[in-house]
Design a binder for this molecule. Structure first.
Ligand SMILES: [Zn+2]
Length: 200
């Protein structure tokens, strides 16, 4: 919704890493092992991947980064990149209660063909466990199983919480949006209001 409104690309490091893994390169195999264990992929690997993606022409007028920066080292790397190009950033902090996160992620299903995400609780497919778009049976992503989710939340506390503190200390623009209970449209409206984008 945000990228449509702003007319800029959505750059998700999770999608990029999964795409590489699907392509099956040797590096990707190592990353797959790390991702499936819930630990965070090494900074240099992700930094390279993002930098390469940001150099594509469609990102010249801006971009929405999703899942990045996730560590302090990544945030500092991104800062240098943005500063050297005179790009200003807004950090959107989607705050969600842990129990809500676990309930959401364990209900998440994905179409292995087209990548569409569903949620068995809040956004189920119209036919039992089949993708609405192509009828392919949905799967639970390996990184959405409950033990892996717990590990992801631990990794978040250890590595990503300091990123928020970093932006706060550096007096960057951080917009905190409560995403615990509202449907996606309402969360989107809150973000737009915070960005002074009322015309989306
Ligand atoms: Zn599909």
């Amino acid at each position: 919704m945000l990228t449509e409104c702003l007319g800029i690309p959505h750059i998700s490091t999770g999608d990029m890493l999964r795409e590489r893994i699907r392509q099956g390169a040797e590096l990707a195999e190592r990353m797959a092992a790390v991702m499936h264990s819930g630990a965070l992929v090494r900074d240099e690997v992700v930094n390279k991947l993002v930098e390469e993606r940001l150099s594509h022409p469609d990102a010249a007028d801006g971009f929405v980064l999703d899942g990045y920066p996730r560590t302090l080292a990544q945030a500092q790397h991104l800062d240098q990149w943005l500063e050297s190009r005179g790009v200003r950033e807004v950090v959107i902090h989607l705050a969600v209660d842990y129990n809500v996160i676990i309930a959401r992620l364990t209900g998440r299903r994905q179409c292995p063909r087209c990548g569409t995400l569903y949620n068995m609780a809040s956004q189920p497919p119209s036919e039992d466990n089949l993708c609405d778009k192509d009828g392919v049976p949905l799967v639970i992503r390996e990184d959405d199983s409950e033990p892996v989710i717990r590990e992801r939340l631990d990794a978040y506390e250890r590595q990503t919480r300091p990123v928020l503190e970093y932006y706060a200390t550096a007096r960057r623009r951080v917009v905190k949006v409560d995403g615990s209970n509202d449907p996606p449209e309402a969360v989107f409206r809150k973000i737009c209001r915070a960005l002074d984008k009322d015309d989306c």
